[in-house]
Write a protein that binds this ligand. Structure first.
Ligand code: ADP
Ligand code: MG
Length: 227
């Protein structure tokens, strides 16, 4: 059974006196453990597709199934719980809380999930070790470099043992050497823990590391490549 299956997925946005179709009848399935890049020019609908797949937004038409269950039939509460349990996010708009410590930022999803104080601290420290930032646990997030912040975002995405990590331009604001390190962390997670990766990127080198590349143009899938 597919991890995620989109059927005729369509998203329209209201414009002044018409509708703008950002995504047009997209069909796509993603298997457990797969690494998938979503590629395309700016405005092609990549983020729109990613937000729909991540169940952060609802489609105008079409369906998304998660492990065979139609997510359109779930309540908001069920969706919130599901996202918190199964998904990790590496999005630029999900900033860290700048004035909180690194540790508190990483702990947040566990707090939401109701994990006890001691256990959540242990888990958070463990993932901070995985991204080699345990020594910065007590620092404020705002005092870190760009690459370190991005590693904290990954640690936070990881802390709930997600089934899938969604990343929207995860290396977009980083120099290429730091970007490669961030990529290595993500692909190691895939290899070692079977976490699926769905990555929106402009970066062809990053896209080429994924098992599949899906090319979007004007809201439609125009091409697909597999390794
Ligand atoms: P990409 O991530 O590939 O750059 P997006 O998915 O962000 O593209 O956007 C696809 C198209 O939908 C763009 O033309 C964008 O202007 C439009 N769009 C995205 N979000 C909205 C919104 N909330 N309201 C209106 N139009 C939007
Ligand atoms: Mg985008």
């Amino acid at each position: 059974m597919s991890l995620l299956a989109a059927h005729n997925l369509t998203k329209q946005y209201d414009e002044k006196d018409s509708l703008f179709t950002a995504l047009n009848k997209v069909n796509l399935s993603i298997e457990k453990g797969e690494t998938v890049a979503i590629v395309g020019k700016s405005g092609s609908g990549k983020s729109t597709l990613m937000h729909l797949l991540a169940l952060l937004d609802t489609p105008s038409d079409g369906t998304i199934s998660l492990l065979g269950r139609d997510t359109g039939k779930m309540s908001n509460k069920q969706l919130d719980r599901l996202r918190n349990k199964a998904f990790g996010f590496v999005f630029q708009q999900f900033f860290l809380n700048a004035n909180n410590t690194v540790l508190d930022n990483v702990i947040l999803p566990l707090k939401i999930a109701g994990v006890g104080k001691k256990a959540r601290k242990e888990k958070a420290m463990k993932v901070l070790e995985d991204v080699e930032l345990a020594d910065k646990a007590k620092n404020k997030a705002k005092d870190l470099s760009g690459g370190q912040k991005q590693r904290v975002v990954i640690a936070r995405a990881l802390v709930n043992n997600p089934t899938v990590i969604f990343a929207d331009e995860p290396t977009g604001n980083l120099d290429s050497a730091t970007g490669r390190k961030i990529e290595d962390i993500l692909f190691n997670l895939n290899k070692q823990h079977g976490i699926s990766l769905i990555i929106v990127t402009h970066d062809h080198e990053l896209a080429s590391r994924c098992q599949r590349r899906i090319y979007l143009k004007d809201g439609e899938i125009v091409r697909e490549e597999r390794k």
